[in-house]
Design a binder for this molecule. Structure first.
Ligand code: SF4
Length: 292
């Protein structure tokens, strides 16, 4: 993301009433120069950066980390959200997290551990290597992963759909679609915690793979330009399912799912991958669906 792109996005956010944001990734600190420019753009647009998120994969040693955080601090970084959970520990050794915590203390940057409650769990294992969820099951009991949603705000998207598939109870398509037939997906209009991707697309709800072009923010969406999102907003997955079955001959792969978001994602992926659906506005970035 360039300084100009970030400045434009922050200006739109400020215009629509958002005065503070967080910066996330991917991994924000893989490109410290780029992150400095984003921090500068926020400052110049008058938008506060509440925190920057990191997974700590970039950590090498204490001195270079402290120097990096001091540099970011001079560009306005005051709080670092540090990922800390079994999901994260599947990919990042805990000693990197500990190293960044120490560097934060030394550089005067505040910590926002996400989630501190997991510290002791993670600290049970050898912190120099990663650990699978199966190791957590073996250490803490068979129901450990099943109980994680009580301790972690799981968003039903991305790899969470696979992790919890087969663990959580399933409901029939009829039950899942009926539940939102009247209300639609109210998640889509929730602006209390939103994201804008590096291409400038607004991501409604926490629904990765759905997008609204920035020029369309702030007024009602045109159903012809946003046939997927407007159907989901009006009648949930049931409304989208009827349309996709009728117009594109879609057939669900299963009779039951753990959450309707699984079916929603299956339909969206089908539209992009199987049907080459023109998704230039509402199903972005397209590569999101093309990754196997
Ligand atoms: S069903 Fe689709 S639109 Fe509704 S909350 Fe789930 S992912 Fe979002």
């Amino acid at each position: 993301m360039t300084y100009g792109e970030a400045l434009e996005d922050f200006a739109i956010m400020a215009l629509l009433g958002c005065s503070s944001v967080h910066v996330g990734g991917g991994e924000t600190l893989l490109d410290p120069d780029g992150l400095c420019l984003v921090l500068d753009a926020a400052r110049d647009a008058g938008v506060e950066i509440r925190y920057v998120e990191t997974g700590c994969s970039w950590y090498r040693d204490k001195d270079s980390s402290r120097t990096l955080l001091e540099r970011l601090s001079s560009h306005g970084l005051h709080t670092l959200l540090i990922s800390m959970s079994p999901f994260h520990n599947e990919h990042i050794p805990f000693n990197k997290v500990k190293g960044v915590i120490e560097a934060c203390h030394e550089s005067g940057v505040s910590l926002f551990p996400w989630i501190a409650d997991f510290y002791l769990d993670l600290d049970t294992f050898d912190d120099s290597v990663t650990h699978s969820l199966d190791e957590y099951r073996r250490q803490f009991g068979e129901t450990y992963v099943e109980n994680l949603p009580r301790r972690y705000g799981i968003v039903p998207g991305g790899r969470a759909l696979e992790t919890f598939d087969g663990i959580m109870e399933e409901s029939s398509i009829e039950e899942l679609t009926e539940a939102k037939r009247e209300t639609g997906c109210i998640e889509l209009s929730d602006t209390s915690h939103f994201h804008i991707d590096l291409y400038g697309n607004y991501i409604p709800g926490m629904c990765a793979g759905l997008s609204i072009a920035k020029e369309d923010l702030g007024h009602p969406l045109d159903p012809d330009e946003y046939p997927v999102i407007t159907r989901l907003a009006d009648g949930g997955t049931g409304a989208l399912l009827s349309w996709v079955m009728e117009k594109y001959s879609f057939r669900p792969q299963r009779r039951s799912y753990t959450v309707d978001c699984m079916l929603c994602y299956e339909m969206r992926r089908f539209l992009v991958v199987e049907k080459g659906f023109d998704s230039s506005k509402e199903l972005q970035p397209a590569n999101h669906y093309l990754v196997p």
